[in-house]
Design a protein around this ligand. Sequence first.
Ligand code: HEC
Ligand code: HEC
Length: 373
Amino acid sequence: MTRHITRILGSTALAALIALPAFAQSAPPLATLPPPPVPADNPMTPEKVALGEKLYWDGRLSGNGSMPCSACHLPDLGWGTGGAISFGYPGTQHWRNSQTILNSAYYNKPFWDGSVTSLESQAKGAAGGAVAGNGDGSMMEMRLRFVPEYVAAFREVFGTEWPIISHAWAAIAAYERTIVTDATKVPFDRYLAGDADAMSGAAKRGMDIYNGKAGCISCHNGALASDQKFYNLGVPAAEEFGIDPLYQITLRWELYQKGVPEDVYRKGDDDLGLYHVTKRPSDKHKFRTPSLRELRWTEPYMHNGALWSLADVVEFYNAGGGEGQTAGLQPLGLDDGEKADLVAFLEAMSMDEPMLAEPPELPETATWSEFLK
Ligand code: HEC
Ligand code: HEC
């Protein structure tokens, strides 16, 4: 254990370790990601992944045919939208930042408020969600049944006579489990593997700050750099909720849908995070700790995209978080050099190049006469 930590903390580590605050000593150290967990009832096969890839890009899995998963999780934009709060289904507005799906396979509870428990149920919720895919399950299923290539592929992969919509979510989830960090391309992981020169001096100093003085490790820990717990950091509300009717109607509709008390619904002007799921007042404004891997490709940051650069994020924490935070954050007292070092370390947890993917060729819907043959 100590030897492991020594490797992660760098050469000055053992001395530093003794001086580390108690939380940092008990948190699981950062580590290289293992392959993602695969649920027993949805084993991976190359054919299933290939089918899932097509479905991920296929607008037929949305209400009006224009909103495939890729519309809001585009490889070129870090597998998100690249904007602060995501756009929504045509004519609507979303109310949260579109998370990257890179490494989403590692979370036990997808979404900023952890409201689902698997990628399979997440995909169903996304394609059906009113402000996302807005697709009706049986209609999407019928669309798949009109595509001969899909009929054959579902038969091969799942053994059913016709495509079944829940199998589409299983195939998409299997595909997402392949969109994960390649450790050989990440300076930090190469450093952990023994290449002492893989990280710059600044990044190494930043790593010690991360594990020590700045205390990032207390929440962003383990291989994913996330404890998968929920905290209120006091991230400032998106001002659109106060001034833009479409944002406000979405927010209040989400509040209403999720059954909050009348008073909360009528005054709603910010995203209440975990509270939407639990209705416990102490959970207001809590969001799931995100992974800090691949940040170079996934700005802006936070549940509402309020912070546009890693330097802004470090400033935010250096000031002790935002107004009303309940996460126990304290001002960090980092000087400019330390802030730059911390940013360098965060960057070293991303791959050297963004992971890109070309859209696959999608199979045609059969004409009516072909279908009747
Ligand atoms: C209209 C845009 C939009 C569409 C279409 C969309 N998403 Fe998302 N996605 C989002 C937003 C916004 C979030 C964050 C929502 C939240 O946390 O409540 C999200 C969250 C996710 C997450 C959670 C990641 C994490 O870190 O927990 C996954 C996985 C995901 N989407 C996959 C999909 C899949 C699969 C589809 C297609 C079936 C899809 N999305 C369609 C916008 C979209
Ligand atoms: C008390 C737990 C906690 C600590 C300590 C903490 N974080 Fe976070 N971090 C979170 C949570 C929770 C979020 C999401 C907050 C939100 O969206 O409202 C977050 C979000 C982030 C993000 C945005 C990532 C994204 O994909 O949007 C970055 C970057 C980040 N933290 C870096 C750091 C750094 C650097 C430190 C140390 C200076 C740190 N965090 C300390 C819990 C913590």
